[in-house]
Design a protein around this ligand. Structure first.
Ligand SMILES: *Cc1c(COP(=O)(O)O)cnc(C)c1O
Length: 393
């Protein structure tokens, strides 16, 4: 049985060309790029080449890109460092209720250290309301952090407008672009972005390497203290293979973004149309148009997402549910709750995230399996029977 992988928001497969570009830096070119001898130059060249690709992809200059250990580190760095560096100006930060935990838990940490955080609501499609954002700005607001696109429901935020509002008030704007970077066009100047987080393994690069974009002139403290790597702003011996791989992934994303997105969108829309037409009592979560090309998130009424996941797994299909298993208990997703779903509907939700390597045949197989699974689970559901009984009256 062949596996069908539809969990690309969790991680992606390393592209073959990416892997090839990494290999020399594990063995022949194993130098520490910070060393003084000429052998180290080869490592430095690889890093600067990767930095150039990573920068170009978002219209930044090389000097504005810093390599980190991934999206979580970049989010922590951006938010904690702005908080610490600008606390004499104010201690208020604005973010949203649908951020990744790397942002939310960082903000909760700051709350315990005297900062005041506003968590903006979103509408039923998962979009930030710009009027609510404007109203929440105060004299002491130092940072607005809103993700570019959501990892669960795929909704893309009006990032350029949010950045403009921030800049009109002299407030820094950070965006967690982990799901968007390499997938949809981003331009840090046009979108008024000061700080941006991205992660290699979410766009066919390796795990454990990420980037942090810091606009020239934005003075924030270092995150990892130690050696003088990354112009003293992020210490630690360079992850040369990881950085080289991220660079290649950025280069490939630049060359193929339009083509990949077009294919994913076609598969996504075909999937959404078939599910909507062929499985009754389903609701699409997230915005229909302003949505990541690869994101599908459905609520199947009267069936537990967790049960669907297990049965899909038995058919060799990898997907994700609308719940997160935290400390043994299954909690409904904070994102689905924020768009107005009941706990019950959040538990009935399923996320399927595509890659450019998926095929129409795979989608047909998954739709077929979903029809079979949902029908079977509903057949065992007293709530569904009661609902059907009520409908007949
Ligand atoms: C995956 C993800 C992160 C965390 O990135 P890592 O590289 O896994 O640490 C942060 N934000 C979003 C939106 C993500 O999807």
């Amino acid at each position: 049985m062949r596996m069908i992988y539809l969990d690309n928001a969790a991680t992606t497969k390393v592209n073959k060309k990416v892997l090839e570009s990494m290999m020399p830096y594990f063995s022949e070119i194993y130098c520490n790029p910070s060393a003084a001898y000429s052998f180290a130059t080869k490592g430095r060249i690889a890093i600067e080449e990767a930095r150039n690709y990573a920068a170009k992809l978002i219209g930044a200059s090389d000097m504005e890109i810093y390599f980190t250990s991934g999206g979580s580190e970049s989010d922590n760095w951006a938010i904690k460092a702005v908080a610490e560096s600008f606390s004499d100006k104010g201690k208020h930060i604005i973010t949203t209720k649908i951020e990744h935990h790397a942002v939310l838990h960082t903000c909760e940490y700051l709350e315990r250290h005297g900062f005041d955080i506003t968590y903006l609501n979103v509408d039923s499609d998962g979009k930030v309301r710009l009027d609510e954002l404007k109203k929440s700005i105060r004299e002491d607001t130092i940072l607005i952090s809103v993700m570019t696109a959501n990892n669960e429901i795929g909704t893309i935020q009006p990032v350029a407008e949010i950045g403009k509002i921030a800049h009109e008030k002299g407030i820094l704007f950070h965006t967690d672009a982990v799901q968007a970077y390499g997938h949809i066009p981003i331009n840090v100047d046009e979108m008024n972005i000061d700080l941006l987080s991205a992660s290699g393994h979410k766009f066919n690069g390796p795990k454990g390497v990420g980037i942090m974009y810091i606009r020239k002139g934005v003075k924030i403290r270092s995150f990892i203290h130690g050696g003088s790597q990354e112009r003293g702003r992020r210490a630690g011996t360079y992850n040369v293979p990881g950085i080289a791989g991220l660079g290649t992934a950025a280069k490939l994303a630049m060359e193929n973004m339009a083509k990949r997105a077009e294919k994913e969108k076609e598969l996504r829309d075909y999937f959404i149309d078939r599910i909507s037409a062929e499985i009754p009592y389903t609701v699409l979560n997230g915005h229909r148009e302003d949505r990541l090309p690869n994101n599908i998130n459905f609520c199947f009424r009267f069936v537990e997402g967790e049960s669907v996941l297990i049965m899909l797994d038995q058919a060799g299909i990898c997907a994700s549910s609308g719940s997160a298993c935290t400390s043994g208990a299954i909690d409904p997703s904070h994102v689905l709750r924020a768009i107005g779903l009941s706990d019950e509907m959040a538990h009935e939700s399923l996320r399927l995230t595509l890659s450019y390597e998926n095929t129409k045949e795979e989608i047909d197989t998954v739709v077929g399996e979903l029809k079979r699974i949902v029908e079977r689970l509903r057949g065992m559901s007293p709530a569904y029977k009661a609902f059907l009984g009520g409908e007949k009256e």
